[in-house]
Design a protein around this ligand. Structure first.
Ligand SMILES: [Zn+2]
Length: 203
């Protein structure tokens, strides 16, 4: 989120990562991190509510998916190829040549105003924290953030699953992202911890 150091972001985590357990529980657990309510008026804190806070792209990259899904609300997935990641980070996840890091940002206020494969800049504002999505999956406004690694240049069509209107194609695309061999799921805390270590006071 805009103007926040990685260290500060860790203070806004309202729900941590938990991996799905086994193949029958493929959509269980919590596939990312949630950043939620904050109110800090002390000692130079920014104060306010997280709703409407601008969200910035963590890295350069390309739009790999965008749309609306009940579980994610308005979502955007940005792909960053291995050779454009900080080398230390590529080793950490790891992301090999020919692979990319895919970051998903969910529950944004508006449908992302981009097109597939559109170039994204590190730090570019990509949306605002909101509470979009089916009420079963979201209560308070928050940013849900996922990190996965897959081969480069994957583009996802519309995802939809927990909806009687969902088509077979939309369900397949949801499972493609959530539990196929195409993507390897990771705890985004790896990325935050890396960011804190390399912040050097200029975050
Ligand atoms: Zn979440």
């Amino acid at each position: 989120m805009q103007g926040h150091s990685f260290q500060a972001l860790k203070g806004y985590i309202s729900q941590g990562f938990s991996a799905p357990q086994g193949t029958t529980n493929w959509d269980g657990g919590h596939h990312g991190l949630d950043f939620a309510y904050y109110q800090r008026n002390d000692e130079g804190g920014v104060g306010g509510h997280i709703n409407g806070t601008p969200i910035q792209s963590v890295f350069d990259g390309y739009v790999a998916a965008l749309g609306f899904a009940p579980t994610y609300g308005n979502y955007l997935i940005i792909e960053t190829p291995a050779d454009r990641l900080p080398p230390g980070l590529a080793v950490l996840f790891p992301v090999e040549n020919g692979e990319s890091l895919y970051l998903l940002y969910a529950h944004m206020q508006e449908l992302a105003p981009f097109v597939l494969s559109e170039p994204m800049d590190c730090g570019q504002v990509i949306g605002a924290v909101g509470d979009t999505g089916d009420e079963y999956f979201i209560a308070e406004p928050h940013l849900h953030f996922e990190t996965r690694v897959g081969v480069s240049n994957i583009r996802l069509a519309d995802m939809n699953y927990y909806d009687t209107q969902a088509t077979d194609e939309e369900k397949a695309e949801y499972r493609h992202w959530r539990n196929s061999d195409a993507f390897q799921l990771f705890d985004p805390m790896l990325l935050l911890d890396y960011g804190v270590e390399h912040e050097d006071g200029n975050g």
